[in-house]
Design a protein around this ligand. Structure first.
Ligand SMILES: *Cc1c(COP(=O)(O)O)cnc(C)c1O
Length: 395
């Protein structure tokens, strides 16, 4: 599959390494832990990387390789490493790029577990974590120290949907000798390709939109640097052992065939829901990068081909009014996670971002009463009607 082909073609065909056994249209799932050799000479070839035959599924497996090849292609990278979960990808990638004495600058708003790896685990190994607001001009130069080797952020960020200018941060990071890693979970490669904007690596929770059906945990790291991908795979993924199951890789490949279609409908629905919330008298705040008054709207327009389908909002009143509205929603499921066919609702401060220090929520771009919606693929008329009846309960 050549890069001349459109995204929609590549999400279905890219990365294939040859015809499937028995001329099957779809690849089989290689549920095997180990692979056999014909001779000791063949063993030598593989162990010294002269051949890329398979040895053991923790190192590689044909179903995992197809998933990695496809992700590398969709993100315009050269290689990828699959992981058991988004957190396995994120933690292994962070540990692979930092050593004692280094510092990492991270954006203040991050997925809860990523925040805790950066602010709790890394410092235990002598790595300083510096929290910054990367939406502010000049912030990286102000906050970075002479040991800064990595800049880490999500854009759009979870859950306040703040938008960070990837190209600008990549240029500033290069000037101080630091690499940039972007968590592209919310946008997916269909809407945004950070490697083309100067990021060194992209990480994903494949559990979300890439899977799209809420039935798999998975993660992946993609880069344009093949030596790094090799090191991440054999020096970190294999050693920490957060290997993806071949069955999960197969389900991800299945889900990804419709990524563009799902994202288009997800965001078409989200745009309508955001507009509905914006004009609702009981809604005090709506955060959606597609709204012209969102502080990151212009940057999002520049670096994304669409605004995604995550919306955060607040209702007028206290936390009990918020809980009342969420409890009254019938269609959206009250659940963590996102990117599924089903519309999901959650309270980040009580759920996905519970690990954040209560006293300082605002400094991290969070409030206790922020409601996060992952807009699904149901009829948007039904989604809006249900949100309307829930908001209507507020006096
Ligand atoms: C869910 C999520 C993660 C963690 O991924 P898992 O697959 O749950 O380990 C990381 N980053 C973002 C932005 C997420 O939404």
């Amino acid at each position: 599959m050549s890069s001349r082909h459109g995204f929609e073609t590549r999400q279905i065909h890219a990365g294939s390494t040859g015809p499937n056994p028995e001329k099957a249209l779809n690849p089989p799932i290689f549920m095997t832990s180990t692979f056999t050799f014909d001779s000791i000479a063949a063993v030598d070839d593989v162990m010294s990387f002269r051949s890329d035959d398979y040895v053991y599924t923790r190192g590689n497996n044909p179903t995992l390789r197809l998933f990695e090849n496809r992700m590398a292609d969709l993100e315009n990278g050269v290689g990828a490493v699959a992981f058991a979960s988004g957190m396995a990808a994120i933690s292994s990638t962070l540990f692979s790029l930092l050593k004692p004495g280094d510092s990492v600058v991270a954006h203040k708003t991050l997925y809860g577990s990523s925040h805790s790896v950066i602010t709790t685990l890394l410092p235990r190994y002598g790595i300083r974590s510096i929290i910054a607001d990367l939406t502010l001009p000049g912030e990286l130069e102000r906050k970075a120290d002479k040991n800064t080797k990595l800049v880490y952020f999500e854009t759009p960020a979870n859950p306040d949907l703040s938008i960070i200018d990837i190209r600008q941060i990549a240029e500033q990071a290069a000037a101080i000798g630091a690499k940039v890693v972007v968590d592209n979970t919310f946008a997916t490669p269909f809407l945004q390709r950070p490697l083309d904007l100067g990021a060194f690596a992209v990480v994903h929770s494949a559990t979300k939109y890439l899977c799209g059906h809420g039935d798999v945990l998975g993660g992946v790291t993609v880069s344009k640097d093949m030596d790094y991908i090799h090191e991440l795979k054999f020096g970190y993924m294999c050693e920490f052992g957060g290997t993806m199951s071949p069955f999960n890789a197969w389900l991800l490949l299945r889900g990804m065939k419709t990524l563009s279609l799902r994202m288009e409908r997800h965001q078409e629905n989200a745009k309508k829901v955001a507009k509905f919330l914006l004009q609702h008298p009981k809604v005090s705040k709506v955060l959606y990068p597609g709204l012209t008054d969102h502080p990151g709207h212009e940057t999002a327009k520049k670096q994304m081909s669409g605004f995604g389908a995550m919306i955060s909002f607040e209702v007028a009143g206290d936390l009990s009014a918020t809980s009342h509205v969420v409890d009254a929603m019938k269609l959206p499921a009250l659940a963590v996670s996102l990117g599924d066919c089903e519309t999901l609702v959650e309270l980040p401060a009580a759920m996905t971002h519970r690990g954040y220090d209560r006293e300082h929520l605002a400094e991290f771009g969070l409030t206790e009463s922020m409601i996060r919606l992952s807009i699904g693929l149901e009829s948007v008329v039904d989604i809006i009607e249900d949100l309307g009846q829930a908001l209507g309960r507020l006096s």
